[in-house]
Each structure stands twice: as C-alpha cells, then as structure tokens.
Design a protein around this ligand. Structure first.
Ligand code: SF4
Length: 762
C-alpha cells in the first residue's frame, strides 16, 4: 500500500507512534508538508486526546537534522553515502568480524522506538537469529524486565502484563508511576487525564505512592510519600495485613492458585510497624490501605518504573502481583487484567504450557543469567572492554542511545569508542551513533504503514487501527540502483541477508516471502488453529498486492480472535476492513482470560516460584539491616514534553525554561546552603554532575529528582537543537554494578547521592 505523491490539501488519520498511549492523530497535510497535527476526535479509543509530543510529529518529520541518507565513516569522518555503498560497508565490516572472531563477538542492541514500528515487530526475530549471537541487549533491562520475570514465573507468559482496568476499577493503588507525564506505561490507555478524571463521578479512588507529589499524585484522592526503593517492604506489609486480618479472598481463580501458605510465611516478618521506619509510611495508614484494597468491589495495584528500576525491582513487582491475586482482583473486570489484542489468537484451551525459564545461559564476564534471551544493559560495557574469547567487538544497534540511557554513561561512551565495527540503524547522529562506522536511517514514521502492534497488546480495550503511509519515501540521492530509500522492511531484510552470509546484493524478497510462507504453513498445519486444513495457496493468493508488512499484519488480523479467518467468518476483521475505518475499530474492554491463559508447566498460578523465593533472601536481609544514615536518594522524573533521549531535537518540545533541573525539598536545600535557580553539584559512587537546582515542596525530604535522557553536550553529535538545550546526563550518576539480581534490571532509582555547592569539588 504505497502512497502516491500527494499534491493536495488533506487530512491523514493514524496512530501516534511516539509513546504507549496510541493516540489517534488527524494530520493536516499540504503536498509533502505537515501543516499541523490534532487529536482525532473520531478515534473511539483516544477521543481527540493529544499531548505536546504528538502535536510535534510534523516538526520531527521535517527536522533537518533527521538523517535521510546513510552515513559511512571515511578517514575518521561520518560522510553521506548511497544505500548500496552503505550496505556494502556493513557487509564488509560485519563479515570480517564474524570471520575473524566468531558470532559471539557481535552484539545486537535494540531500543524502545522499535516497538512502535511494524517492520521491527515482524523482522527482528529473524535478524537476531541471523546474527547468531547471545549478546542481545535491549531497553527492557533499563525499564520493565522485573515485570516480564514475574509474569513469566507466576502465570507462564512473560509478555502478559497485569494491566489495571482503569475505566472500571473502584480503587487504584499506583506506585512509582506518573501517567499524567508519561501517558501510561505497560498500560495503553490514551487520554489518561480524562480516564482518571472519570474516577470521581463514579466514586472510584486513586491512591498514589511516590517520593514526589507528581502531576498524577496532584489529581489523586490520596498521596503517600515513600522512601525510594522501599516499596517492596511496604507492599509486603500490605500482604501481611491481608493475612493477619483474614482479608485474603482469591475468588474465581482460587482452585488454580498455589503458594498462598508459603507467601504467608515469607511476609510474616514484614509487619506494618517493622517496615514503617524504612518506608516512611505509618502502620495505621498501611492497614487502612490494605483493608480498602480488600474491600473494594474491584481494585488494582499498579507499579511501574519507580518500582522496577530499583534494587528489589522483581520482588516489588512480585508483591504487587501477589496483592492483586490475594484480593481476588487478578483477571477481574476493574482489577488487573491481561489485554486481548485484535491481532492475536485467543484459543479456548486447558491451562498449562511450556513454562518460563531464566538463566539458560550466562554472560561471559560477570556470569549474568540471561533473562528473556538477553543480558543486562548494565553488563554491556564490561563485555566490550574485557579481553578474551567472545569479547564484543562489533555492535548492530537499532534505535537506541545507550550512552545516554544505560547506567554509567561515561564508561559506556569509552567502550563504544573502542569497538572495531559499529552499525547503527538510527535517524540521528546522537551520543552513541557518533561512534558508528555506518548509520542506516529508516524512513520517517509518516513514510511507513502504521499499526501499533506491540502497544495495542497492552491496551485496556481491544482496539484496531491501521493507516497507510502519509508520504512516499524520500528518494535516495546518488543511487541509480535504489532510486528510493528502502522501506524499513527492506532495510531489515538486507541486514538479515548480510548476517546470513547471502550478501548485500541479495534480494530482500527472499526474507519477506519466507516470513509469510512460514506463517501460512504454520497456521494451516495447526489442527486447532483458525486455518486448520486450509490450502496455503488460497491464503497466499488472498494476500496478493499487499506490502511485505501488510501481508504479515493481515495474517495476524485475520487469524486473530476477531479475524475473518480468510472468508470463514463473515464480517470479521481484515486489513482491508481497517483501511475502510481510518479512525479505528473498538471491540470492547478487556475480558477474563484465565485460567485458560495459564502457561506454566503445572497449569497453575504459582505464587512462589523458586527464583523469586531465592531472591526474597535479599529483601529479608535488608529488613534486618538498620535504616541507612540520612543521606539523599536520587530518583528520576518524566515530563510530558520529553521522550527518553531522542526527542530533544524538536524545538517546540525543549523551548522555555530548562526542565533538566535537580528537584530538592526547600529544607534540604537550606540545610546545604543552596538556593533555587543556582547551580549545585551532585555526586554518587559512579560520578558527578553540576546541575541547576530547583526547590519544590513536592519532593519528599531526603529525596532529589533528576530527569533522564539529557546530556547532549558531547562532540560529534549532529542534533543542533538538542545541543543548544544540552542538560546533563543522569546516567553519569548510576552505577552499572548495582542491579536487580533476579531480572538483571538496572538500578536507576534510589541512588545514594550527596548534593552541595559547586565549590565543594575542591
Ligand atoms: S500521549 Fe503519546 S501517543 Fe498520545 S500524542 Fe502524546 S506521545 Fe503521542
């Protein structure tokens, strides 16, 4: 479905690809220019909501610093090259490294934006397989890996996130999340402000627990300060209270839940009185919240980044899950549920599956166990720097900026500078890609087909929306063989072919066709599947005329639970039908999926899997330690105009006063002789920064907050707007040696720091 060159004024509808909220956009276009972006009032899911980032999508598309042509390093400089030259250079560099040092000398790094695009969703598995390396690193271990581990171990599916059923809940306990700024995470629900506003009229309560009175806490019925990193103790005290006050009531799923008595024993020492000095929440409040959770008609406990990027991230996610199960709110409307995406099969089947394993192999240097097939981001620098067989010498990265988003950014910057070969698929020359030998820029999001496959899989409603490209892809300067820049699917297919040793000149159709054939054959062979016994040729013919990603998406939709099953179910969902409904189709709220969705080997919901019980020893040991001396603890911060490290080159999003400031309670500032608006020095075990101080009563005393993703001050980056609003890199302060052991997740919150006057350095 290629768009022709547009010459007239028109409105293009699609889903915003910038965050998890999946807002509908109405994009006003004249010729090849975006004139403006509004929220799509007719989108039944987002109902016209739009945040400043979505409104800036046109600016991002037209950003003169966004790469439109590959760059190849020649004589030390990154210079423009044709696509043919760039792919040839990738082939030369990668084949030499693999031939000389083997496939484990190559690392694949994936960043967050890949989850918003169709081609990566379909092609990355092939790319990783073709790379043949175990050195896979993604943004998951600086973000949500603890939740994958808990979902995998408790109910057998690491991708089945417990999503708070926002629109139907009576009581939402939210920890370490600020969806008014982030617009939701592991929770796709566009227009979070509107959905939270609807709580009061229906009598629902929102309680926010956070070391900062965030924008979300401001709208809550109740806000509780908690010391960073101690949520696990407080959640354990809530569980303890459920047992001591006989409030455990699992309900419908009780026959499928095991481990309740073991949980009772594990949390026994975690009384509200015992955890109060650690967490800063008085015992009476803890008991009151536990009772409210248990007695609400439907309640949900939802923890996010501030719960996951801490020393006990997995244990914290575990206790949140345990609370939801023990109060009968797991898989209950208004509690936490798992999504029912339109582009996925939902089968009626007996509970049980292959289960979930971690630690199937270990990292070379520190012996970190793999989790979800990847190693901790925190281990990347040591794997590049430490000599020996299997040392990472080459990197293939896709849409990631680890020099800003991984812990200990200074070490990682040095490590990247020491690579033998580095290929980056990216739209900017940023702090990381400035070290690349080749940069391959994918098309703008507006030049690709659009369906938010990943995030509609975490949505509070079953919703489907497809859009063709708004613009045709730009021409590729200087290349007779490839007059148009490759589609994202062609780009990934080329990389697959190079990694397989089939060469840069091989036809990407080989990869496209193989993916489609594999899907069709598998579905037609599956005796219980929606295409059981069908002729593969008939299915293949039905897809004729679609683009490679269009074919794969159509297959997913038509074999999905609302799909037309290629003619077997009249009126079912197809790609063509979605194309006729440019505002999207809403197919209702989340539905109960358990026990059928239980994929553990036992077919049960296992509350006490061995790796989590083992990890609990760390939590238990910390409970015995005296409360640490009253130092400062550093936490992160989101802003609605910021999106990790990659949108700071959009002028409208960084204009006005600096948002990269260190927030501190006025009393903490006064006791250190610091003034709001002045510069302060912040030091941690890992590094130091000088940053503008901003005092705020919204901070818990003893806690300071700095946003992440900034620090655009390194030589060689080509992001002029970002460089003019550089800010500081918070990951100069985070220590890659401190991780959440059970998941490998980086610890980015609750970092011990000292803050003082800048002169104190002397
Ligand atoms: S909230 Fe997210 S999806 Fe919605 S407009 Fe903003 S960036 Fe886009």
């Amino acid at each position: 479905m290629e768009a022709g060159r547009a010459t007239t004024h028109r409105i293009a509808h699609r889903t915003c690809p910038l965050c998890e909220a999946t807002c509908g956009l109405a994009i006003e276009v004249e010729g090849d220019r975006v004139l403006g972006v509004r929220g799509d009032d007719a989108d039944p899911f987002s109902r016209g909501f739009l945040c400043p980032k979505g409104a800036a999508l046109g600016e991002l598309h037209h950003d003169p610093d966004r790469l439109r042509q590959p760059l190849v390093r020649r004589d030390g400089e990154l210079v423009p090259a044709t696509w043919d030259e760039a792919f040839a250079e990738v082939e030369r560099g990668l084949s030499k490294i693999v031939a000389d040092h083997g496939r484990q000398s190559l690392a694949v790094l994936l960043g967050n934006p890949v989850t918003h695009h169709l081609a990566p969703a379909f092609y990355l598995r092939s790319l990783i397989r073709a790379a043949g390396t175990r050195n896979l690193f993604t943004a998951s271990t600086v973000d949500q890996m603890p939740q994958h581990v808990v979902s995998g171990l408790l109910w057998g599916d690491p991708s089945a996130f417990p999503i708070p059923d926002l629109d139907r809940t009576d009581y939402l306990l939210m920890l370490g999340a600020n969806p008014i700024a982030s617009n939701g995470s592991l929770l796709t629900a566009p227009d979070l402000p509107g959905r939270l506003k609807a709580f009061k009229p229906r009598g629902a309560k929102l309680v926010v627990v956070d070391p900062r009175r965030t924008e979300t806490a401001e709208r809550a019925d109740e806000h509780l300060f908690i010391r960073p990193g101690t949520d696990v103790f407080w959640l354990a005290a809530l569980v303890n209270t459920l047992f001591t006050e006989e409030l455990v009531a699992i309900g419908r799923l009780e026959p499928f839940v095991v481990g309740v008595d073991e949980i009772r024993v594990l949390v026994e020492p975690f009384t509200p009185e015992r955890v109060a000095p650690l967490c800063g929440i008085d015992p009476a409040t803890t008991r009151r919240i536990a009772r409210a959770l248990a007695r609400a008609a439907a309640a949900a406990v939802y923890g996010r980044i501030g719960n996951h990027t801490v020393e006990f991230g997995t244990a914290t996610a575990w206790m949140a899950a345990v609370l939801n199960v023990l109060t009968g709110n797991f898989d209950r409307p208004g509690g936490v549920m798992t999504s029912s995406p339109v582009a996925a099969r939902i089968d009626d089947r007996a509970p049980g599956g292959r289960g979930y394993r971690i630690g199937r192999w270990k990292s070379r240097v520190a012996g970190h166990p793999e989790v979800n097939g990847e190693f901790p981001a925190a281990a990347l620098a040591e794997e590049i720097e430490t000599p020996g067989e299997g040392r990472i010498r080459a990197v293939l990265s896709v849409a990631t900026n680890p020099v800003r988003s991984y812990p200990n950014s200074a070490r990682l910057d040095r490590a990247f500078a020491g690579l033998d070969f580095f290929v980056a698929v990216d739209v900017y020359v940023n702090e990381t890609t400035r070290h690349a030998n080749v940069i391959l820029p994918p098309p703008s999001a507006l030049e690709e087909e659009n369906y938010e496959l990943t995030f509609l899989g975490n949505a509070v409603r079953s919703f489907a929306k497809y859009a063709p490209p708004v613009f045709p892809r730009e021409s590729a300067p200087g290349s007779a063989a490839t007059p148009q820049a490759p589609s994202e699917a062609d780009l990934f297919a080329k990389l697959v072919l190079i990694l397989r040793g089939e060469g840069a000149k091989a036809d990407p159709a080989r990869v496209h066709d193989a993916l489609v054939e594999e899907y069709i054959e598998r579905e037609c062979r599956d005796a219980e599947g929606p295409l059981a016994g069908r002729d593969p040729g008939e299915i293949r013919n039905a897809l004729a005329g679609l683009s490679p990603v269009g074919k794969l998406l159509d297959l997913r939709l038509r074999t999905g639970w609302h799909g037309d099953r290629f003619g077997d179910r009249a009126g079912g969902i197809t790609l063509a039908k979605l194309a006729e409904h440019p505002h999207g189709i809403d197919l209702g709220p989340m539905v109960e999926r358990f026990p059928a969705r239980l994929a553990t080997e036992s077919g049960l919901l296992e509350l006490t899997p061995a790796p989590l019980v083992e990890d609990w020893r760390r939590v238990r040991a910390r409970l015995e330690q005296p409360r640490p001396a009253d130092g400062l603890l550093l936490i992160g911060r989101r802003h609605v105009r910021s999106n990790n490290s990659w949108m700071h080159n959009v002028a409208s999003l960084v204009s006005g006063r600096s948002r990269c400031t260190l927030l501190m309670h006025p009393a903490d500032a006064a006791s250190r002789g610091l003034e709001s608006g002045g510069q302060a020095e912040i030091r941690s075990q890992a590094g130091r920064l000088v940053v503008q101080l901003e005092t705020s009563e919204a901070m818990m005393p003893g806690v300071v907050s700095l946003p992440h993703g900034w620090g655009h001050d390194l030589p060689g980056i080509r992001m002029r707007v970002a460089a003019a609003h550089a800010g500081v890199a918070s990951n100069a302060l985070t220590d890659e040696c401190v991780i959440d052991v059970a998941s490998g997740n980086a610890v980015l919150n609750g970092i011990p720091v000292e803050v003082g006057a800048v002169e104190s350095r002397a």
